[in-house]
Design a protein around this ligand. Structure first.
Ligand code: ZN
Length: 133
């Protein structure tokens, strides 16, 4: 489950920063490498900070593993990848660079975007990774 950040009630409690760690299932169709699938849920580790003007910074990482056929030699392969999460949420509408929110930040869109951004274009087995180095 992807949690929400309840900015209004956190601000009321003067709790302006915190961390979140959770797992979520990637959306179907987010992966476009042939014969490759996610081998576990995506793990997110996030830190948020609520700024004085209501803007909220969310930073952290998403980690996930892929398994399937190596994109070069078709042997079995499994690799773990980590992507960066770095976003600003503004009260109201986002402006394209930032995300918008109303009282509560829904992290689903950010998690989906961060995952898409972190997805590799191919999966390699150990032998092929060694060959490339
Ligand atoms: Zn290979």
């Amino acid at each position: 489950m992807i949690p929400e950040i309840d900015v209004r009630s956190l601000s009321a409690k003067k709790q302006y920063e915190g961390t979140l760690a959770f797992d979520f299932e990637p959306e179907d169709g987010s992966l476009e490498i042939p014969f490759v699938s996610f081998s576990s849920p995506v793990h997110a580790e996030l830190r948020y900070e609520i700024l004085e003007d209501g803007t909220v910074e969310v930073r952290g990482t998403v980690t996930f593993s892929l398994k399937g056929a190596c994109s070069r030699c078709l042997e079995d392969a499994e690799q773990t990848f980590t992507g960066e999460v770095d976003a600003l949420f503004e009260e109201g509408e986002g402006d394209g660079e930032t995300y918008g929110y109303h009282r509560v930040i829904k992290l689903s869109e950010l998690m989906h975007d961060s995952l898409l951004f972190a997805l590799p274009s191919r999966l390699l087995c150990k032998a092929c990774i060694d060959q490339e180095e």
